[in-house]
Design a protein around this ligand. Structure first.
Ligand SMILES: [Zn+2]
Length: 138
């Protein structure tokens, strides 16, 4: 039985293991991705982990030309925007994530409804290692 606490640190630890984990409420069944420790529907703290299949469709997106320093460090800027989107997963969960593999310089070519698959990005090493959820066209 999984005993990791339901929080952002554990969520990222799972991403590092290539697992996309959300939480589901043992009381009312509401599901969350990223996971929440307390249910926003019934306010109980009876959450369990549940693995989420990383397949879905693009619901909305924006291309960002001026991002935070962490994105600038990855080479994104006015000449190389990155895309953030809302992805609706097969079971109806919606998650905000980076969308890659799309032409951010010509956002008119990015289509709502595009089928996407999760792609976990691994950045940095050792203590600095991070894992970020992204999606790309399936
Ligand atoms: Zn609940």
């Amino acid at each position: 039985m999984e005993t990791r606490p339901i929080n952002d640190v554990s969520y990222e630890a799972y991403l590092k293991e290539e697992k996309l984990m959300g939480s589901s409420c043992g009381s009312c069944g509401a599901r969350f991705l990223p996971p929440r420790p307390i249910c926003t529907e019934c306010h109980k703290a009876e959450m369990d982990w549940n693995e989420v299949e990383g397949k879905g469709k693009l619901v909305s997106f924006t291309c960002i030309a001026v991002g935070p320093p962490s994105m600038k460090a990855e080479g994104f800027d006015r000449n190389n925007p990155y895309c953030l989107g809302v992805v609706e997963l097969a079971d109806g969960l919606r998650v905000v994530a980076r969308i890659q593999g799309v032409d951010t310089k010509n956002p008119e070519t990015i289509e709502i409804g595009t089928s996407l698959s999760a792609k976990i990005l691994h950045r940095g090493e050792g203590e600095e290692a991070r894992a970020v959820l992204a999606f790309e066209p399936a």
